[in-house]
Design a binder for this molecule. Sequence first.
Ligand code: 9MR
Length: 342
Amino acid sequence: MRKLLSASLTLATASLAAAGVLLPLRPAAADTGDPPSTTLAAAAQRSGRYFGAGVTAHKLSDPTYTGILDREFGMVTPENEMKLDVTEPQQGRFVFTAADRIVDHAAQQGMRVRGHTLLWHAGQPSWLVNLRGTALREAMLNHVTQVMAYYRGRIHAWDVVNEAFADGPTGARRDSNFQRTGDDWIEAAFHAARAADPAAKLCYNDYNIENWAHAKTQAVYRMVRDFRARGVPIDCVGLQSHFNANHPVPADFVTTVRNFADLGVDVQLTELDVEGSGAAQAESYRRVVRACLAVSRCTGITVWGIRDSDSWRASGTPLLFDSSGARKPAYTAVLDALNSAC
Ligand code: 9MR
């Protein structure tokens, strides 16, 4: 019966092909007969995507933490260790000790690294806060150049600029010292970044740009469209994807992912977490993963921490593992969604 079925399927396939109907070259992973993958990284890899976590260097000595990290994830993002106050605490003095712990651990485990972040209005050392004008612009570009040169070839994607747009209805740029050096500070940073490490994917990363109807989403979209039109080197947009009751997963999330991707950039969900618990939380996670899987240029997902107790929003229990390191219903929802990807 199995043979007969397969013979008639082959015939049907041949006649469809003869009729000019395009069929996928490779069957969907779910149809290959492969058993479901049992880790997030392996399940994401079935459709060529990565699954990552935000990581803190000082927790790498916690065996429960590192055990989950090494088992489940294929990409790591240093949660704070590559921020400007850590990597250039005094002008021209670069410190990579904490970031190196994460990058070295990732290399030993065969994981890739997202660099987060080169330029951000927050997390600035006082020397930088006190600079203005040309001196600030030069220091800013030098920071991009030096940090990316140090890590050249070892970072999959960099969040070159983080959170440069204001919240609210205006769609304006956020006021910051960088912004006061001139509107072109973002594109100048991307040009410097491309020169420093031509192999790294260069991302613009922000929060509350998941809802297509929001002015901030539209403003970031217009900037990326403009960069693409003028040849400013940008490869990806990071949708941070911090969700909770005030910012639920929007109904049109997949529209946002698709519209950015249609600009010719990759989309990465860079800091995913969803406050909640049980079945409702699991369902939100499932929807987010499915939205990414629906868009071929949505290339990977990173959750912002490992256990609930590791989260910046620990009281909202927003992650995939509980505080003892056990898998939550949200974990199973994500794993199942990844396993059913085409
Ligand atoms: O999770 C990070 C937390 O440990 C830091 O105290 C905080 C300030 O540097 O930054 C958190 O990560 C933020 C990320 O860098 C950018 N997007 C928002 C994240 C949550 O605040």
